[in-house]
Write a protein that binds this ligand. Structure first.
Ligand code: ATP
Length: 348
């Protein structure tokens, strides 16, 4: 937790001991989180884990039950939403259907009382930034989903908030457009240098976009760290399982294999098949087993191997252009699987 007296930079956000109850249901429990200025932080977790509630408390749409929230050097815990230096982009974009795109983007500036000349200049610049100058005179329903998404961003960014809150803003887009927008969103964030706090339940999206990922489970943060660290070195079984495929080796088996008294998690792409009498590497952990299934996924092939004690290990290897160079095992083959000891993460 950040001490109440600590100096925060503009654009830094700090939550200390934040709890939210809806009646006797606790949605967020004693949450501590510090988001750095200019950082892209994702809140990732399953449905109902409390991400949106945290976002709404930062925005001021929801009151905290206890704890405090600071943005920069201001305690905003009791401040109404419109006085906070933040802006929110929602999944449904919330554009005004009867206003032109230019008027939608200008709306916040008008509310602030800016002159018409200033508004026009700012709107032109904001539309250029999202490369949509040519749609200024259209109505929202005349835009594609991806374009509406960009307009929602332009409308939020034009107010120059210190912090931008985004609640599943790409959720309504199809997969391809979503992936394009992810890359755009990331470069836009880097350009404007504003703190982005982004809610998603899509692990790939969180990993792609974020400087750091906060993994939520049941109103708590299980781990907050860089995308690479939460993926490669999950600190809990929940994090290991939520961020993609993982091999979990329970404590007693891990003890036999590695001497560790803790369960371990190892990602499938770190597991190799050792074919024939090929030699293992010096720090390999090795298991014998039988191939249960071979699954082609496009970029990779997954081989499911049944080892002793009911343990099933997944090994995933990239496919090459030449099928002859790919994995050549079949169901029922006896194989050895191996991974380097320090590629595994110890779980509590
Ligand atoms: P999702 O990805 O589905 O939006 P989430 O992680 O954002 O999920 P929240 O929307 O924050 O989760 O919800 C956390 C819990 O709080 C859920 O159990 C939800 O039902 C409950 N909740 C949220 N808002 C309210 C409310 N206004 N009244 C009562 N319960 C609520």
């Amino acid at each position: 937790a950040t001490p109440a007296s600590a100096q925060l930079r503009p654009g830094e956000v700090s939550l200390a001991g934040v709890t939210k109850q809806f009646g006797d249901m606790t949605a967020v429990r004693e949450l501590d989180l510090r988001v750095r200025a200019g950082e892209f932080l994702s809140m990732l977790g399953p449905s109902g884990s409390g991400k949106t509630t945290v976002l709404r408390m930062i925005a001021g749409f929801e009151e905290v039950t206890s704890g405090s929230i600071r943005i920069g050097n201001q305690d905003v815990t009791r401040l109404p939403a419109h006085q906070r230096p933040v802006n929110t982009v929602f999944q449904d974009y919330a554009l005004f259907p009867h206003l032109s795109i230019a008027d939608n983007v200008a709306y916040g500036l008008k509310v602030r009382g800016e002159s018409k000349a200033d508004r026009i200049a700012s709107v032109t610049a904001a539309l250029e930034q999202v490369r949509l100058q040519h749609v200024a005179d259209r109505l929202p329903h005349q835009l594609s989903g991806g374009q509406r998404q960009r307009i929602a961003l332009a409308r939020a960014l034009i107010l120059r908030p210190r912090v931008l809150l985004l609640d599943e803003p790409l959720g309504a887009l199809d997969k391809q457009l979503r992936e394009e927008m992810q890359i755009e969103l990331k470069s836009m964030q880097r350009e404007v240098g504003i703190t982005f706090i982004f809610v998603t339940h899509d692990q790939e999206e969180a990993l792609t976009l974020s400087d750091r990922v906060a993994v939520f489970n049941d109103g708590r943060i299980e781990q907050v760290d860089t995308a690479r660290a939460v993926y490669e070195y999950p600190e809990t079984e929940f994090v290991a399982r939520f961020l993609g495929l993982s091999n979990i080796i329970p404590a007693p088996l891990a003890a036999q294999l590695t001497g560790s008294d803790r369960a371990i998690s190892i990602r499938p792409e770190r597991v190799r098949l050792i074919e024939g009498d090929a030699a293992p590497r010096p720090h390999d952990v090795i298991l014998d087993g039988t191939v249960a299934e071979v699954v082609y996924t496009g970029p990779t092939t997954r081989v499911l191997v049944d080892a002793a004690d009911g343990l099933r290990i997944i090994a995933e290897t990239p496919n090459s252009h030449h099928p002859s160079a790919d994995v050549r095992v079949d169901r029922g083959d006896r194989v050895r699987v191996a991974w380097e000891a320090d590629h595994a993460a110890a779980l509590p």
